[in-house]
Design a protein around this ligand. Sequence first.
Ligand code: GLN
Length: 202
Amino acid sequence: VPTIGVLALQGDVREHMRALEAAGARALSVRRPDELERVDGIVLPGGESTTMWRLARSFEMLEPLRKRIEAGLPAYGSCAGMIMLADRIRDGVAGQETVGGIDMTVRRNAFGRQVDSFESAVELTGMGDAPYHAVFIRAPWVESVGEAVEVLGRTESGPSAGRIVAVRQGRLIATAFHPELTGDYRVHHYFADLVRRATEEE
Ligand code: GLN
C-alpha cells in the first residue's frame, strides 16, 4: 500500500485524505520536510495558491518539494495545487512562486471572478468512459502546454467550454477541478495507481 501525503498547510486537506484512503492508499498529512521524506507521492490540494505559496515558504517546504519532485516523486495538484505545479502562471500576485514541474502556463481565476463556481462534464483520458462530473471553484485553466504534457481533459460546457482542465507530465498530474468533493474518486484511483507503479520501478 503506497503512502500518499497531502500538503496540509492550507486548503481542503481532509477531503483529499478521505479520497486517497477510498482509493486504497495510506494518507498522511504533510507539513514538515521530515514528513515529506516518508511519502511515495504527494497531493497539493485546492485552496488559495497565494497563501499556500507563502506558507510553503515560511515552513521551508518550497525547496524540499521542488527537489523531491525533480527527483521523481509523483504529485497531483488540484485547483490551487494545479497552480503550484505549473512552471509558469498568469494573474499571480506580485512575486508569487510555484513549486513547478509541469511545463504549462496556468491562469489563476481564469473563468472570471464573477463565476465563483460551476460544474461541467469532462471526459478524462484513461479514467473510464463515463464523463466526469467536475466541480470548479474560482478555478484556473491551462493556457498552454509544452510538448511533454499530455492533455487529459477539457471542459465540455459552462462559461468557457473547450478549456484544458486536466493534464499529465510523467509522474505529475493536475486538475483545475475538485474531484475530492464529489465522491467519484477516479482521479485519486488513477493517481494511487501511478504512485504504486512508480514505487515498483524504484
Ligand atoms: N483561485 C484559487 C487560487 O488562485 C484557487 C481556487 C481553488 O483552489 N479552489 O489559488
